[in-house]
Design a protein. Structure first.
Lengths: 295, 251, 249
């Protein structure tokens, strides 16, 4: 979908006139590497400015209950917010990504199935989960799944975070399937024909010829979706799942819900998410650049 | 009670997981409808405001004033990188405290000037607006400088060139990206749930809290409504794009 | 300086200097153009020809010297850009039509939006101009539906709609297919026959010889040689001019 030329203007003109330059948003919303491209565009020195800005902005407010007190309070909570809270965000994102990737790969291959009905089902599932709000999916999974399941007589409880993982993996699955489909279709059809003429079966062609060619170009968008997913994990707090944002709000409540607490506490969350996603984004763009040169 | 309603009452009795309560209970129907109406209002308000922010921001980015450009850049950087949910919470809880209050009609309640709906509109519009600025800026950059020069050599001022030539062309190039972003915006309105804006998701959750038997039908409704909303928006944008298509270019 | 009369140069360029950063493009260029004259500027690419005529309608600024159009100084702080651009029309190498407007709308746009003239009058005038450039049947076509030569003729009509006194042509045939070059040149010839003052930057030597009243040859930011076409083409004195003409003819 990247840089889709507008039929009518940026697309090929019937005349020799170069009417419009290529539409090339550095971070347009249609760009599939949007989040990573943007994050990676932040020069590393700004990361330090950001870290500086946070206490400075907080200190600029100070009234009675001083901002210094708020930071002392934050200091007490940091281990809890980080190791009980943020680690859970990472755990949720890693699990959801794993499930979403596996399911998405299967769904993506279903898009190029020779059976029409399978293609249609895959299309429907993809559209359904791509176009539904993430929060709606989370709620539905939370309610649709039982609190516990019985396996061979033993009762296994399903905690909220497991449901959150399932809920978040659904949109990831749909979007990964689009990446797989796009990558497979980006391999010229002549490759399929060449393989067929060498008596490869369709499955052999897919696994031995097509997928190895497009595997590399799937990695950057895949990592990009991981960054998006990580930034969506705070949504789980709305379902009462214990993660960073939820604990941050609880911690602020325990400290008396003072307005001075907001900037230090939410600021700490922002810094955590930024610190985690930033290196991933840099790596994504580095990989994208490297693969772009070779392909 | 007509036959239609009777059918769903009987269905609820026969299969307790499929209680379409909002199809025969007037009060629940009102809740769902008011939630739907709120979602629609929220979406329309945010779409319009975010497009205005996008146009204004893109215009400011082309300004000679370095401070104006730096402000826009800072704005984009901030709203791009933070989760919209955290933005909503931050706007509502942090900025919400500093907004003035007025005394309500009963003489003693204090009503903030900006309600939670107001904060949701502001926050979500700024979120989507940040992307719109970039989209329009890219569209403007795709208009060749020589086309602008031609307009200038015909005596047009910067504003005339912008409104008559640059923007109409930039808009055409920007529509697909704009469309994707606005669809994402409509989906993101559900997050206003976090500050208790009574939109469709919020009302649905409160309906199924009251009627656990109505969970399945309400989920189904949510899917249908959001897919339809997204579908209507996508359809509208596509037909707009087709209408603006310039003869002689493209397919 | 509103005392300009027709016996004075309509465009007067005096010792103009222009640099892009450290790169000096014009190193003191002077020329006078009288009303109704057709002047061709030729020379190797990168010799500053296009820059020079872009300076005449203030698309580029200058670092030294002066340019006047009908006695009005172009490069001053309080330049009335609109007044200048009404007097001076310009046609570009890449046509630069507005792709979202039809041929007729392209022509009507500036008089209606900039000069705020009556739309019906402008429409009538635009149709006449289209007839003049022999595109009467193309008024509802969009630029993308026209050939390069047709687009360039619309661009000429678009400039004429502002009723300029001077027309600048910046290598207007350079981007065209050989078979469409002629139709554009014929249009310019018609214009010249009507008495329009034309300044052309061109590589069409045959055209320059036939039509021009005066030819300037520029190289590396200076005017190397100038004169009426016959003298210029047959008795070039400067070795640089000779070399250039040998290569091109």
């Amino acid at each position: 979908m990247a840089n889709r030329a507008i039929p009518g203007v940026a697309a090929h003109a019937t005349t020799d006139l170069p009417v419009m330059l290529p539409f090339n948003p550095k971070a347009g919303a249609h760009d599939e590497l949007l989040v990573s491209r943007w994050l990676a565009s932040v020069p590393p020195r700004y990361v330090f400015f950001l870290l500086l800005l946070w206490p400075v902005a907080a200190f600029a407010q100070g009234v009675d209950y001083t901002t210094a007190d708020a930071f002392v309070a934050l200091w007490r909570w940091i281990p809890f917010l980080t190791f009980q809270g943020f680690v859970f965000n990472i755990l949720i994102s890693v699990c959801a990504m794993t499930i979403g990737t596996l399911a998405g790969a299967v769904l993506g291959l279903a898009h190029v199935s020779r059976l029409r009905i399978i293609r249609q089902v895959a299309w429907f599932v993809t559209q359904l989960f791509r176009n539904s709000p993430w929060l709606v999916l989370l709620f539905i999974v939370l309610l649709a799944f039982p609190f516990q399941i019985e396996v061979f007589g033993t009762t296994i409880p399903i905690p909220g975070w497991v449901k959150a993982v399932i809920g978040l993996s659904l949109p990831i699955m749909a979007n990964i399937s689009e990446i797989v489909r796009g990558a497979v279709q980006s391999v010229p059809s002549a490759q399929w024909e060449a393989a067929e003429s060498l008596a490869f079966t369709r499955t052999q062609t897919l696994w031995q010829i097509i997928l190895p060619q497009c595997f590399k170009r799937m990695i950057p968008p895949w990592m990009n979706w991981y960054a998006i997913l990580t930034m969506a994990t705070p949504l789980c707090s709305l379902l009462g799942v214990g993660e960073n944002i939820n604990f941050t709000r609880q911690a602020m409540e325990a400290e008396g819900n003072r307005p001075e607490l907001l900037v230090p506490f939410f600021g700490y969350s922002l810094v955590l998410f930024f610190a985690y996603c930033y290196p991933i984004a840099r790596a994504t763009m580095a990989l994208e650049k490297r693969f772009a040169l070779k392909l | 009670m007509n036959g239609f309603e009777e059918f769903f009452v009987r269905l609820a009795e026969d299969s307790p997981r499929w209680n379409f309560v909002w199809l025969y209970d007037e009060r629940q129907a009102e809740r769902i409808l008011s939630g739907l109406w709120m979602t629609v209002k929220l979406s329309i308000a945010c779409v319009i405001l975010s497009v205005i922010i996008g146009i204004a921001g893109a215009w400011m980015q082309g300004a000679k004033n370095r401070v104006a450009r730096a402000i826009v850049q800072g704005y984009i950087q901030f709203f791009r990188n933070t989760p919209p949910l955290v933005q909503l919470l931050f706007f509502y809880f942090a900025l919400g405290q500093f907004t003035p209050v007025v005394t309500g009609p009963d003489g003693w309640t204090q009503i903030p000037v900006i309600s939670n709906v107001g904060w949701a509109i502001i926050s979500l519009s700024f979120f989507a607006g940040a992307f719109n600025v970039e989209i329009f800026r890219a569209g403007i950059e795709s208009v060749p400088y020589s086309t602008r020069e031609a307009a200038e050599s015909l005596g047009m001022t910067r504003t005339q060139t912008y409104t008559n030539v640059v923007f109409p062309l930039a808009l055409r190039v920007s529509i697909p990206a704009l469309s994707n972003n606005l669809i994402n915006l409509v989906k993101t309105t559900t997050q206003a749930f976090a500050i208790a804006v009574p939109e469709l998701l919020y009302e649905s959750v409160s309906v199924w809290n009251d009627f656990p038997s109505a969970q399945n039908p309400t989920m189904l409704l949510l899917f249908v409504v959001y897919i339809s909303l997204v579908g209507v928006l996508a359809f509208g944008m596509t037909s707009w794009e087709r209408k603006l298509r310039i003869p002689g270019y493209g397919e | 300086m509103s005392t300009w009369t027709e016996d004075q140069p309509i465009v007067s360029i005096k010792n103009v200097r222009k640099a892009f950063g450290t790169l000096e493009v014009l190193k003191g260029v002077s020329m006078d153009i009288m009303k109704g004259e057709v002047v061709c500027i030729i020379g190797p690419s990168g010799s500053g020809k296009s820059t020079l005529i872009r300076c005449v309608n203030a698309l580029n600024d200058i670092q030294g010297g002066s340019i006047t159009v009908e006695g009005q100084e172009v490069h001053t702080e309080n330049l009335d850009k609109l007044a200048l651009r009404k007097k001076v029309g310009m046609v570009f190498q890449q046509y630069n039509l507005f792709p979202h407007k039809t041929a007729l709308e392209n022509i009507m746009m500036a008089p209606v939006k900039v000069l705020r003239e009556d739309k019906a009058d402008v429409k009538e005038r635009a149709r006449e101009l289209l007839k003049k450039v022999r595109l009467y049947d193309k008024e509802d076509s969009y630029p993308g539906e026209l050939s390069g030569g047709q687009q360039q003729r619309v661009a000429i009509a678009r400039s004429l709609a502002m009723r300029p006194d001077v027309m600048l042509f910046d290598e207007v045939t350079a981007a065209l297919d050989p078979e469409t070059v002629k139709e554009v040149l014929v249009t310019i010839k018609d214009l010249a026959a009507d008495g329009m003052t034309c300044i052309l930057v061109t590589h069409e030597m045959g055209f320059a010889r036939e039509l021009a009243d005066h030819i300037y040859f520029t190289d590396r930011g200076v005017i190397v040689e100038h004169g009426p076409p016959d003298t210029f083409f047959d008795n070039a004195k400067d070795p640089r001019t000779k070399e250039f003409l040998d290569q091109i003819l």
